[in-house]
Design a protein around this ligand. Structure first.
Ligand SMILES: Cc1ncc(COP(=O)(O)O)c(C=O)c1O
Length: 422
């Protein structure tokens, strides 16, 4: 059964009416389907029947502790990108032995925090970072497990802001220098070199970039072996793309004329990677974020006003770019649908928020079902990079977050109040 679906013209999350949630908890409101998160997590394993990939959920996609606990119960590890995310991962219950720390600019205090908590490993992205980890580990009298992030120079063919594996990007150590960097790491005191890491981008819709990356990593493991450096795992990062259009269906919702953005199933990404990487003898790790949570979340919003000028029709809603920055930042597409369908009449509108920026929009020139003042809408596929990127810009209070499981409803974050702004 679809976790978000219309029943009698009313949109449901699992067994709960979204309109009722919006009335009870107010808008804007993030709502997540617990069982969709679980299904998405499990579907990653389906690409590797009988084999194991080690999944480290990337907290940057959605770090609500309520969601983290669901993934801990599924046996997931965690990929953290800051001291803050590390503290959330620990609060969520992830075992430190299943946590990896990624990121190009880790501070000294963050490295010390990670080492004291005995996380599985830190992925270093420069020789200076390796030096610093070695120095801190030495001072603490421990051995730090490290991996090195390589920049493989593979084009993920995604949005330029979320493509990370090309030579002109800030991420990783360039492929021409990576063997030398491993040798350097092996020579430093208080370090144990355990892994090889990369991450080529996010919302990747093709398998080929992964195939190219896996082939490159497999050959790198071979070359490292020839220089007597043996690593136990290869971490391919995250990035598995998800569908953003036509995620919820109803005969009244017109089909948008959009380029083909269909995404392979998550299991297909894994099925592409494993046969290439497994012969290396290393365990395969991945750091998915979006593919686990994106389509498990919606942002509910209310229509404040509708208006029209000479050029455009506007639907002014109570969710803005501070609640969901993806349309403004990446021109990202999110399907926007009414919580109750009472007309099949379509119109072309801009759906805009209350923030004082022309860039504050959720959709532009969008053909959608006609809405009127006070209608409730769902912005679909907002479980990833939604709430985590929200802000108090314009003095706006960040939304509450709700988790639905079957007919059960739980508040997993309270709506902010004016006191939170001070
Ligand atoms: C190092 C690293 N790992 C994992 C991820 C998660 O990516 P995604 O949410 O696309 O799966 C990211 C996101 O950019 C990342 O930078």
């Amino acid at each position: 059964m679809e976790h978000f679906r219309y029943e009698n013209n009313e949109l449901y999350c699992e067994e709960v009416s979204l309109a009722e949630l919006a009335e009870e908890f107010g808008t804007p409101l993030y709502v997540y389907s617990k069982n969709r998160i679980i299904d998405s997590y499990r579907s990653l394993q389906e690409g590797s029947p009988g084999k194991s990939v080690n999944i480290c959920y990337a907290l940057k996609a959605n770090a609500n502790v309520g969601i983290l606990k669901v993934l801990v119960a599924e046996g997931s590890g965690a990929d953290v990108a800051s001291g803050g995310e590390l503290s959330l991962a620990l609060r969520g219950g992830f075992s430190p032995s299943k946590i990896v720390f990624t990121g190009v600019g880790k501070r000294e205090d963050e490295i010390a925090f990670a080492l004291k908590e005995k996380i599985y490993c830190l992925y270093a992205e420069s020789l200076q970072e390796l030096q610093l980890i070695s120095r801190i580990a030495h001072a603490l009298g421990i051995t730090a497990r490290v991996g090195l992030r390589v920049n493989p120079h593979v084009d993920a063919e995604s949005h330029p802001y979320i493509t990370t594996g090309l030579n002109h990007h800030k991420f990783g150590i360039e492929s021409g220098k990576i063997i030398e960097a491993f040798q350097y790491a092996a020579s430093l005191p208080s370090l144990e070199v355990v892994g090889l890491h990369t991450h080529i981008g996010s919302q990747i819709l093709k398998l080929e970039p992964y195939r190219a990356t896996a082939r490159y990593l497999a050959s790198l493991v071979e070359q490292l072996r020839e220089t007597q450096i043996r690593i136990s795992h290869v971490d391919v990062g995250g990035g598995f793309g998800v569908p953003y259009d036509h995620v919820v269906h109803h005969e009244g919702l017109g089909r948008e004329d959009r380029p083909n953005n269909s995404a392979p199933a998550a299991s297909e990404f894994i099925a592409t990677l494993l046969p290439i990487l497994e012969p290396s003898g290393c365990t395969v790790w991945i750091e998915p974020g979006r593919s686990i949570v994106a389509n498990a979340g919606v942002l509910l919003t209310r229509v404040l006003y509708t208006k029209e000028n000479r050029k455009k029709k506007f639907v002014v809603v109570d969710a803005g770019m501070n609640d969901l920055i993806r349309p403004t930042l990446y021109d990202a597409y999110h399907q926007i649908v009414p919580l109750k369908i009472d007309t099949y009449e379509q119109e072309i509108v801009d759906v805009v928020g209350p923030v004082c920026e022309t860039g504050d929009f959720l959709a532009r020139d969008r053909s959608m079902l006609k809405t009127k003042q006070n209608d409730l809408l769902a912005v679909m596929s907002t479980g990833a990079y939604g709430f985590v990127s929200s802000s108090n810009y314009n003095g706006r209070l960040r939304p509450a977050e709700i988790m639905v499981s079957h007919d059960k409803v739980r508040v997993i974050r309270q709506r902010e109040t004016f006191e939170d702004l001070i």
